[in-house]
Ligand binder design. Structure first.
Ligand code: BEZ
Length: 211
């Protein structure tokens, strides 16, 4: 069965471009992002992995470890890295899992035969420090992902794990948040000392509480 939000992220041991890892041990107490690409030495994937390498400091700032996976073997990943570095003007700085026996791909249901036979689609799993799946994305091979969006959702997930707020459409770090409906006005006055604005009884905005 497909993994759902709140499920434990399955553990595995795998070869990566940075050595063998036990996934849960590698994650430690960090947030994590496991993302799959269809195939090494393909154009969109090359731009994606290079883009992630460039914004790794942003993930580090948020305490998020990033790891890629495809069903290509280790020597393919190692050969491809120099192309990523050359064409994307970056230096690869996170591991790529080699999954030729499709162990990880099957555990995470990353192979969708009606979309891409025997290759992983563009899956993303955001995993919390409790090893639970907090967010998933699935894109087809033709559509490279927006990794700024991934930073944005990490900001939202981390904020809403600590405060009783949700984030509205197109929210960005620093903007007003929505007070969750389970919080009544009396509680909101205590929880959100900066105040709140009531548009409807169910739609109340407050300044981002951790700013
Ligand atoms: C790409 O990354 O460009 C790609 C990968 C697999 C199938 C089609 C395109």
């Amino acid at each position: 069965m497909a993994l759902r939000l709140g499920d434990e992220a399955p553990n595995f041991t795998a070869e990566t471009t940075e050595g063998t890892i036990n996934f849960h041990e590698w994650l430690g107490n960090s947030w994590g992002i496991l993302f799959s690409h269809p195939k090494d030495f393909t154009p969109v994937c090359t731009t994606e992995l290079g883009t992630v390498a460039k914004i790794t400091p942003e993930f580090q700032k948020r305490g998020v470890k990033v790891i890629a996976v495809s069903v290509d073997p280790l020597d393919s990943h190692k050969g491809w890295i120099s192309d990523i570095n050359e064409t994307q003007k970056t230096t690869m700085n996170y591991p790529i899992i080699a999954d030729p026996d499709k162990k990880v791909a099957n555990l995470y249901d990353m192979i969708h035969p009606n979309a891409l036979d025997n290759m992983t689609v563009r899956s993303v799993f955001v995993i919390g420090p409790d090893k639970k799946i907090k967010l998933t994305l699935t894109y087809p091979a033709s559509c490279g992902r927006n990794f700024d969006e991934l930073l944005r959702v990490v900001d939202s997930l981390q904020l809403t794990s600590k405060y009783k707020v949700a984030t509205p459409a197109n929210w960005k770090d620093g903007e007003d948040c929505i007070i969750t409906p389970a919080v009544n006005d009396a509680e909101a006055k205590t929880l959100f000392p900066k105040g709140f604005k009531t548009i409807k009884p169910y739609l109340r905005y407050t300044p981002q509480p951790n700013k």
